[in-house]
Design a protein around this ligand. Structure first.
Ligand code: DCP
Ligand code: MG
Ligand code: MG
Length: 362
């Protein structure tokens, strides 16, 4: 049976999380900046929401330039640890929709491949339903949107997910891959960088179609055997690379909002309890143990703080998780007098439960 692959990419990920956390940002241009140690005058744009993009603001642009493009935009500093928590939650949702725990490949903080060949039995109508279900689950559990691409391999799925953004879904059946790829500029082929694009341009190759019909021996003479072959295959929509866990999500976590902003200990600890049940369930399902516990609190003023504990040995029981998470949460309650808005708990430094060797050593 031909494979069916889904690629999911979150929309304006860091900025979307900031919008979610602070409803007053709604309707405004939001720019998330990675400030350098020169302070707020330095730094580059990590990402921005689509309102900011309308003004020409782009990732990697100096924040100063972004500011000149839209002086009214809200500029926020990157909160990487927090986005990683959200990412861990999203990845668990995605993983649970793959054929199996292993048919999942996280490729960056906000995107992953899932193989669904068995789940949809090769049927693209069912595949679409799975794609829509993923979008719904991410939206309802994490309150952010994502874009989904579905196709016969990773290359096509990846390119399909960026075809309609934000909040899109694009399905490219095997018989439609050629028409989908042909008119695209070669730089849109996943894996082609600026250097390759320029070289191809010098050779008179601008579109994927032109690349697909180009003499393969000539490509090999310019790019070498493996890259030349890869270019030819990619331009024809072929990609045999398997969906395979590699940069494995090294953590399992859950996060949720309190019913209302509060410091009520019953409320906080009973929610923490629910979250830990969920986390332990996933730890057992993945047959892993963990060596660290992290608790995150987002306060009513939107400030986020995390506390972690790392052990010498990997463990997998709920007792140890609870003991440590509760302890960390108590520290938060002692140190602050601000209401809690959301709390999260995650375990990290995952290892295979059965063997000594870490799953993620390679
Ligand atoms: N990122 C970054 N610096 C970059 C590019 C990205 O810090 N030069 C971070 C911020 C993004 C996140 O990685 O939110 C995911 O990158 P994406 O390329 O998926 O971009 P976005 O999710 O922000 O937007 P899109 O809706 O285009 O996917
Ligand atoms: Mg994204
Ligand atoms: Mg991405």
């Amino acid at each position: 049976m031909e494979r069916v692959i889904i690629h999911v990419d979150m929309d304006y990920f860091y900025a979307a999380i900031e919008e979610r956390e602070d409803p007053t940002l709604k309707g405004k241009a939001v720019v998330v900046c990675m400030y350098s140690n020169r302070g707020e005058s330095g730094g580059a744009v990590s990402t921005s929401n689509y309102i900011a993009r309308d003004a020409g603001i782009r990732s990697a642009m100096p924040c100063k330039l972004a500011k000149s493009k839209n002086p009214d935009a809200v500029f926020l500093p990157v909160r990487k640890a927090f986005y990683e928590d959200v990412s861990a939650n999203v990845m668990e949702i995605l993983r649970s929709n793959a054929d199996s725990e292993e048919a999942f490949e996280k490729i960056s903080i906000d995107e992953a491949f899932l193989e669904i060949t068995e789940s949809c039995n090769g049927d693209y109508d069912i595949a679409k339903e799975i794609g829509l279900r993923i979008k719904k689950e991410v939206k309802s559990q994490e309150r952010i949107t994502c874009s989904v691409g579905i196709g016969p391999n990773k290359l096509i799925a990846k390119m399909a997910s960026s075809f309609r953004k934000p909040d899109g879904i694009t399905i490219i059946k095997p018989e439609d891959t050629e028409d989908f790829l042909k008119p695209m500029p070669v730089k849109k082929l996943w894996g082609i960088g600026k250097v390759t694009e320029d070289k191809l341009s010098e050779m008179g190759i601008k579109t994927v179609e032109e690349l697909a019909v180009f003499d393969v021996m000539e490509l090999i003479s310019v790019f070498g055997k493996s890259k030349g072959m890869w270019l030819k295959n990619a331009a024809s929509g072929q990609d045999d690379s398997p969906v395979k866990e590699r940069t494995a999500s090294d953590q399992i976590g859950r996060m949720a909002s309190l019913k209302n902003d509060s410091r009520n200990e019953n409320m906080i600890f009973s929610l923490l309890d629910e979250l830990m049940d969920d986390v332990i369930g996933k730890v057992e399902k993945r047959k892993v143990s963990f060596r660290s516990v992290t608790v995150t609190v987002i306060f009513s003023n939107f400030k986020t703080s995390t506390k972690s504990k790392t052990f010498n040995h990997a463990v997998n029981d709920r007792e140890i998780l609870a003991e440590n998470a509760v302890e960390l949460m108590k520290q938060f309650l002692e140190e602050s007098n601000i209401n809690f808005r959301r709390i999260g708990v995650r375990v990290g430094n995952l290892q295979e439960s059965t063997g000594q060797k870490s799953l993620f050593d390679f």
